[in-house]
Design a protein around this ligand. Structure first.
Ligand code: SF4
Ligand code: F3S
Ligand code: FES
Length: 248
């Protein structure tokens, strides 16, 4: 069954823009991205939208649908009433390039600031051994498709541009936690998480976990354990004494 849906889409660029109203055909089984594509094909050929897989796996089509950070290709039209206006806007936390496309280079910058896996100096490639339980722990974090919806929703940077320098956001704090939990990683992740990536800014609102399309328990399984590890270290008398002696 087809019907005419009411769509309100943000149109504009870095200099500003506005919400524009459209009426557009919707067919059974379609998702928001299908409707945006139909708009492009029939009414707005210059509308910019980023997408790739249409299967929830490339992380390209992130946007805000009725104010909620979502993948457009995974948002089914049958979750809305037929007469309801569906509002589609670009991710708010990142600068707009055009229409629904934002500049997410903030995330690539933060990714570059995290040193790669560092194996112990005395263990050669081919000699790495770890328990299955340690493999499984990081497997959950490796499901990340880098859609940056968690980064978009986190209030620490969503409402405070000035925090972007000091705070890397849930996706990258999770990456640091993944490396810190790796039994063979020899780098000091805990100090970096706190001092360079702003772990302390996270006040566990869990909004990141709520929007993750891969259902990764970002807060419970990465951020809170990382906070505990950092706290243990801070209040561990041996670590404390070591730090004191080193500072002299
Ligand atoms: Fe997207 Fe989830 Fe990865 Fe965040 S953790 S970038 S929400 S897949
Ligand atoms: Fe932000 Fe997630 Fe923490 S939304 S405040 S990083 S729990
Ligand atoms: Fe790939 Fe939506 S188009 S996740």
């Amino acid at each position: 069954m087809s019907y005419q849906a009411k769509f309100r889409v943000w149109r504009g660029d870095a200099d500003g823009g506005e919400l524009k109203d459209y009426e557009v055909e919707v067919n059974e089984g379609e998702v928001v991205l299908d409707v945006i594509h139909r708009l492009q094909a029939t009414q707005t050929p210059d509308m910019a939208v980023r997408w790739n897989c249409k299967a929830g796996k490339c992380g390209s089509c992130s946007a805000e649908i009725n104010g909620m950070p979502k993948l457009m290709c995974m948002c089914r039209m049958n979750t809305f009433e037929e007469g309801e206006t569906v509002t589609v806007t670009p991710m708010r936390t990142f600068p707009v390039i055009k229409d629904l496309v934002t500049d997410v280079s903030f995330n690539y910058q933060k990714a570059r600031e995290i040193p790669a896996f560092k194996p112990p100096a005395d263990v050669k490639p081919g000699e790495y051994r770890m328990q299955q339980v340690d493999v499984e722990r990081s497997q959950e974090f490796r499901k990340c498709i880098e859609c940056f919806l968690c980064q978009d929703t986190c209030h620490v940077i969503r409402d405070h541009e000035e925090n972007k320098e000091a705070f890397s956001g849930p996706r990258f704090l999770m990456r640091i936690a993944e490396l810190d939990m790796h039994p063979l990683d020899a780098a000091d992740r805990q100090h970096a998480a706190q001092e360079q990536h702003g772990l302390g800014y996270c006040n566990i609102t869990k909004c990141c976990t709520e929007v993750c399309p891969e259902h990764i328990k970002i807060t419970d399984n990465a951020l809170i354990p990382m906070k505990e590890r950092v706290a243990d270290r801070k209040y561990d008398p041996i670590v404390w004494l070591g730090n004191k002696i080193r500072r002299r």
